[in-house]
Design a protein. Structure first.
Length: 259
């Protein structure tokens, strides 16, 4: 009798001591809400500083030029340099020059491409305002204003005037400035790797309604490796990424970038 009472007392003590620990353990288990789950994972651009460089200054690394945003006719980049790579024309030609940081990045990309058996060549770099007058005017004579506006920029609206843009092609000149460049080994390599060196495909396929221009797999724009990585991850155009207006046609009144 005494033994049974002692056993019962010990068992009751064990239960009492274990009870708080069990409650605490149960309370540590998170309870799911019956409502829809909301992800708190940040997107690539959440922590990105979009104010690092202005988009409305002609000399800025992130200057954005399109049909609604123009460069002053007098603007000339201050540090035009010939990149160390294959050149379509003589190094004395202005079109074989780009801004110094762009030239350095082009040289690095050219070297990396060669290591992979790819030979890239610079077709066109910087173009002055007056040079673009001739380029655009010739296309208008050939196909008319409406058609020319789909693939050629009017003077002041060309990225080439910034010195940050480059048209590239295979050293073999196969598919030179043609959409078939996309399917060449050089075009595939450029699309897959250009962001690593700070470049983006400025006028991507399927974004014609946002960029205002036809798909140009050969046209790259230097924006620096940080922004290029963001654009590569998000698949956005510069206008989309910075939340800027897009233009399929030239507006009656647009923005002129500051010098």
């Amino acid at each position: 009798m005494v033994y049974s009472l002692l056993v019962a007392t010990i068992m009751l003590a064990i239960v009492i001591l274990a009870w708080p620990a069990k409650k605490i353990a149960e309370n540590d288990i998170p309870v799911k809400s019956a409502g829809p789950e909301t992800s708190t994972t940040n997107t690539p651009q959440d922590d990105f500083n979009k104010q690092l460089y202005p988009t409305d200054v002609a000399s800025s690394l992130w200057a954005i030029v399109n049909k609604g945003r123009a460069l002053p006719s007098s603007y000339v980049p201050p540090d035009l340099t010939v990149p160390q790579m294959y050149l379509r024309y003589s190094s004395d030609s202005d079109s074989m020059r780009v801004r110094a940081d762009t030239a350095k990045a082009l040289g690095q990309m050219f070297t990396a491409a060669q290591t992979d058996g790819i030979k890239l060549m610079l077709t066109s770099g910087y173009r002055s305002y007056s040079y673009q007058v001739g380029v655009y005017g010739d296309y208008v004579k050939q196909v008319g204003v409406s058609q020319a506006d789909t693939f050629s920029a009017r003077p002041g609206h060309s990225e080439h005037q910034t010195g940050l843009a480059a048209d590239l092609e295979p050293y073999s000149k196969n598919c030179e400035l043609n959409q078939c460049f996309e399917a060449t080994p050089e075009g595939k390599w450029l699309a897959a790797n250009c962001y690593k060196y700070g470049f983006i495909i400025r006028y991507p396929k399927g974004k014609e309604n946002l960029t205002g221009y036809e798909y140009e797999p050969w046209h790259v724009r230097y924006v620096g490796t940080q922004l290029a990585a963001q654009i590569h991850q998000t698949g956005q155009t510069l206008e989309q990424f910075f939340g800027l207006s897009t233009y399929q046609i030239y507006p009656a009144t647009g923005l002129t970038l500051k010098i």
